[in-house]
Write a protein that binds this ligand. Structure first.
Ligand SMILES: [Zn+2]
Length: 197
């Protein structure tokens, strides 16, 4: 990253206003297992809405956040916070067992290989995605994605240098938001955005 873009990121990091979703009376769901449990509990016991329980504790920049109320009798609210300390989880298996899988990748394997990345790069890609997503989330450089009973997804732009040829490729990646500044990669590749020669 060059000095100009470093300055732009620094400015964004310090100028963003952050909010945290509050659903009183339940604990934040920090794992996908707990999110899943909320969706089951929400279906069986109608007193709490799974969508709201799974948003509980999640952090967003003010202008890119889901907004309560989400339904009748929703008592959720947004609390102002000073910022986040991002925690990014990017499982290597998303690359080794999905992108580079013979039968699961749906053409993504060929795409990544055309850029010069192979299954042996899975760890490197996971690290690169982690670094880029951490900076993007910290500076509020994300797009709001689908919101459902599991929670809020966000999209983050990833840029990779071509290992074959020159230039870069940029594409969208999908992440699930978890409480207290945590995001977990759900979809490594969601469509190409931009290429440089
Ligand atoms: Zn609610």
């Amino acid at each position: 990253m060059n000095w100009e873009s470093t300055k732009q990121y620094a400015y964004k990091i310090f100028s963003r206003l952050w909010v945290q979703w509050v659903h009183e009376g339940t604990y934040p769901a920090e794992t996908s297992g707990k999110k899943m449990l909320n969706t089951i509990l929400g279906t069986l016991i109608s007193s709490h809405c799974p969508q709201c329980m799974n948003l509980n504790g999640c952090c967003f920049v003010k202008e890119k956040a889901p907004s309560p109320p989400l339904h009748d009798h929703c008592h959720c609210y947004m609390s102002d916070i000073s910022g986040i300390n991002p925690v990014v989880e990017c499982p290597t298996e998303k690359f080794s067992g999905y992108i580079f899988s013979e039968n699961k990748s749906g053409g993504k394997k060929d795409l990544f290989e055309s850029w010069g990345y192979n299954i042996i790069d899975s760890t490197v890609l996971a690290q690169e995605f982690t670094n880029q997503a951490k900076l993007a989330y910290l500076s509020g450089e994300y797009y709001l994605g689908n919101l459902d009973q599991f929670g809020q997804r966000i999209s983050i732009l990833i840029t990779l240098p071509r290992k074959v040829g020159t230039g870069t490729v940029s594409f969208v990646s999908g992440w699930m938001v978890y409480p207290n500044g945590k995001i977990i990669l759900t979809m490594p590749y969601g469509g190409k955005i931009h290429e440089t020669a």
